[in-house]
Design a protein around this ligand. Structure first.
Ligand code: AMP
Length: 423
């Protein structure tokens, strides 16, 4: 897309997996997305790059490329080359910064961090807490730093928003040394999404976030709940890892912690196999064979008993958390639905909110069924608790937070690593 080559008007957002790079480019002045894309099969026989690019008429055009890409560095070189050819980013200097999604920030990161070697070491040090996620995140940062050496890079952590939890909410009732020496505690994830929709909900309600008590429900293939008191997160359903809490597409969520021992002893399963079962073969998929909520709902409507049970169990667990977090918050102003299921499934929203009148939560089913994609209120007229459906946008939130922390650190004239919490 033809764009003026004005310096620093664009913000890149990167979410790196072990063989993939998901990316977006935003125009920071206009607040719009210019490109979103995915490079897959990095390290495989043939890499695949698919992107959708904003056109002058406001529509997006799809582009597909193939090329062997030995590693993430080559993938970034390839993305930059295509973006130059397509006049999306002609000069590196058009980038204001690049924001990276980093899954685990442990107790070190309470806010995004401008990346330098010290921050890299700190993220590396957190690998034991997120062995599946932090290594590919680091790969992406390293490769991006090599390809874009002059562009500031910022890490935005999934855990950061939950670092305000009080100890009573984040500690597990296990020997204290396990926390003191091994950092075994609740961290929570999806923080970028919970914060984004909480702020959007406050904007929609025309009230400061700092005045509102909310429960945000991020219901997607991964799912979690957050209790937010006056803008500050005070509890969340995911724990040391994203396995705890709600029932998800393929993850079990809350479970008697003795079940893994039972499986290991009685069924002679290995630890790795139990981990695989609980992460990849449980949740909706484990109950009825399908992890996609659309399919679960369709099958349930056509009389599939297992699909009905999966749907009921999913909604029941969400409802249980709403009850618990209402008790935690004392006063509840709003419940916010987001994520692929929360935004799109009127059936889930309806089932979750059934029989919650005692808590002040009642839906207007006509409003519930006419949500269009914009932020919408779906509670009954006059109900004490506002119920909202808000579209999440984690990539935009990463871009905004990266930009904001960079501007803040430049204003303060900080040392390169202003964001590491004092320990
Ligand atoms: P996410 O991980 O946020 O992309 O959400 C993915 C989940 O959203 C999948 O379980 C989808 O089945 C679900 N989803 C998307 N659209 C709908 C819909 N119209 N009705 C029910 N579930 C939906």
């Amino acid at each position: 897309m033809p764009e003026s080559a004005e310096r620093g008007t664009k913000v890149g957002v990167i979410n790196c997996g072990s063989s993939s790079i998901k990316y977006e480019v935003f125009d920071r002045k206009k607040g719009i997305k210019l490109v979103s894309g995915l490079v897959e099969r990095i390290g495989g026989a043939e890499g695949l790059m698919k992107q959708s690019v904003l056109q002058a008429d406001g529509t997006f055009s799809e582009q597909v490329y193939t090329k062997r890409l030995a590693n993430h560095r080559q993938a970034f070189v390839f993305i930059a080359k295509i973006h130059r050819e397509k006049r999306i980013i002609q000069e590196d200097a058009e980038l204001f910064c690049i924001g990276h999604r980093v899954v685990h920030g442990g107790e070190l990161f309470r806010e995004p961090a401008v990346i330098d070697d010290e921050v890299m070491d700190a993220i590396r040090g957190l690998i034991p807490l997120a062995p599946l996620h932090n290594p590919p995140n680091l790969l992406g940062i390293e490769a991006a730093r090599m390809r874009f050496p002059g562009i500031p890079q910022v890490a935005v952590f999934d855990t950061a928003f939950h670092q305000t939890l009080p100890p009573a909410a984040y500690r597990y009732a296990v020997p204290a040394e396990l926390y003191d020496e091994h950092q075994i505690r609740r961290y929570g994830f999806h923080g970028t999404s919970h914060f984004h929709v909480a702020r959007e909900a406050a904007l929609h309600l025309g009230r400061p976030l700092e005045e509102l008590n909310m429960i945000t429900l991020h219901l997607g293939n991964g799912a979690s709940v957050a209790a937010i008191r006056e803008g500050v997160c005070v509890d969340t359903s995911m724990g040391l890892t994203p396995l705890e809490g709600l029932i998800m597409g393929t993850r079990c969520g809350d479970l008697d912690p003795a079940i893994p021992f039972h499986l290991i002893r009685q069924l002679s399963l290995s630890v790795d196999r139990v981990e695989e079962i609980l992460n990849k073969e449980s949740g909706l998929k484990g109950i009825c064979g399908f992890n996609d909520m659309r399919e679960v709902q369709q099958r349930a409507e056509h009389g599939d008993e297992r699909a009905r049970l999966a749907f009921d169990m999913f909604c029941y667990r969400v409802k249980k958390y709403i009850g618990a977090y209402t008790a935690v918050l004392g006063r509840l102003d709003a419940v916010v639905f987001t994520g692929g299921i929360g935004e799109n499934s009127e059936g889930v929203r309806s089932a979750v909110c059934t029989d919650l009148r005692q808590l002040g939560i009642t839906l207007d089913e006509r409003r519930n069924s006419s949500v269009t994609g914009k932020s919408a209120e779906i509670q009954e007229a006059g109900a004490p608790v506002r119920v909202l459906v808000v579209r999440t946008n984690e990539e935009l939130e990463i871009a905004l937070q990266a930009e904001a922390i960079l501007e803040k650190s430049v204003r303060r004239g900080d040392a390169p690593c202003p964001c590491l919490a004092q320990t």
